[in-house]
Design a protein around this ligand. Structure first.
Ligand code: FES
Length: 103
């Protein structure tokens, strides 16, 4: 099973930024880049930092706590591909953004 939830309007999240949402039991970091939308686990694998508050550069987010960097398309750590944030489905439908997470 999974949970699909409307989280925001596309205009709520400017390009080059992220925002954090709670969907089901997950903290989801949603990012808008020039390439579109990404939704990854919002809790950094290092020590739990808030990835949605990280700096977005191209398709990479830098954790605001200690600087770990993740690819937004895949959730992979930029230096160690064995570390990966969960990625979630995100859809833009008209004026709504929907994220789907496992239940
Ligand atoms: S908590 Fe994210 S880099 Fe340390």
């Amino acid at each position: 099973m999974s949970i699909r939830a409307r989280i925001a309007a596309p205009s709520d999240i400017p390009e080059g930024t992220g925002r954090e949402f709670v969907v089901g039991s997950r903290i989801v970091a949603v990012f808008r880049t020039a390439d579109g939308w990404s939704a990854i686990d919002g809790i950094c694998s290092h020590a739990g930092g808030p990835l949605a508050k990280g700096k977005v550069t191209g398709n990479i987010v830098t954790c605001p706590w200690h600087g770990w960097q993740y690819q937004l398309e895949t959730g992979h750590h930029c230096l160690n591909s064995r570390i990966q944030q969960a990625c979630f489905s995100i859809e833009e439908v008209g004026e709504d953004l929907f994220v789907t997470v496992p239940d």
